[in-house]
Structure formats: structure tokens, C-alpha cells
Design a protein. Sequence first.
Length: 214
Amino acid sequence: MGKATISVIIPVYNNAAFIGQAIESVRGQDSIGAVEIIVVDDGSTDGSGAVARGFSEVRVFERANGGISAARNEALAHATGSYLAFLDADDRFSEGRLRIMLEALGSNDAVLGRVVQFRDDGWASEPAAAPLASTMLVTRTAFDRVGLFDEHVKVGEFIDWWARAQEAGLTYSQIEATVLLRRIHTTNTGITQATSRVDYTRVLRAALERRRQQ
């Protein structure tokens, strides 16, 4: 397989009902060069991996359940793209997202867009800026300079990564375009991993400690 322009990384854990829509939202993107879709099945028991394997162009890898950070890191080991994009299995990219973000990147290391939250009953929020892995496009070189996601963090893993990115001096821009449609439902990670919310505090304390040591 040749080198991709953008690697889209989708970790999945028991989201068979939604992952097909996530993949379709990537497949429907404008042509902006070669896009590879990498799905890591993080120990699902509901057939999520089988749904992903139903798309011939998707590269699917399986691992024992270790959380979203571990699944993303597994995907990164296989990614060939010069740019990285992340998508949770229950969400969707907006139309034209990859082209818009690649064009907006310019000489920066990363670009972030806006998110619309929605429910399947038809409710949707207004677009808002949100520091999420799934609202970011980043160069692989810049990502590697920051390092992998912390696999010990179950909730707030991107807060930790983004704090390290700022400490590493990554340059970025925030655009007004909506780039992510984030589904709100009863099995969102923030709900199912509620007992791990102490990770938020630990992440913030670690970031403050690193800054004090600089």
C-alpha cells in the first residue's frame, strides 16, 4: 500500500450501531489526495469490527480492550499519512471537512474546527469551538514531536495531549467551519467512564507541574 495523504483513525468499542455512519462520513469526503481509514477494534463484543470489515477499503486491527488512547496509539503504529485526523466511532465528519481543514492548515502544525452536537431525535446544538481530537487536523511530524496519547488516561486524554502540544510549541489556527457532528447518547464515553473523571484533575495537575519545572 502506498503512502496516504491523510490517515483517519477511528477507535471503536461496542459501537456497531454507529460505526458504519462514521466510516461513510469519511468515505464521502471531497477528493484531497489519498485517504486511509484505520479502525482499531478495542475488544468489542457486539460485532463492531465485523461492521468495519464490511468496507473493503478500511484497514481494521483488533486488540484487547485498553481504552481510547491505547486504540488510537495502535492505529498510529500503522498510519502512513502525512496528516492525521481522528474520529470517534459514534460521531461523523461534516461534508468537506478534510479538504477545508487541509486548505486552512497553511504553515501551521495543526488546525481545529467547530463541533455541532446532535441527538438522533433531531435536536442539534449551535456550532461551537471545542478542543477535541476529532476537531483537529495535525501533521504527522508535529504529532510525533508531542508524542502518543497517555494510555493511563481514560477520560480527558486529549486535554493531556493538547497541554503537551502547547508546551512543545505547536502552532495552530481555529477556523469557523463545522468539522464534526458529535452524537449525544447514553453510551458516550463521558457517561460510561464517569468513574474515571478523576483523570481530568490528574491531567491538569500534571500540566501545571510540567510548567513549573520549565
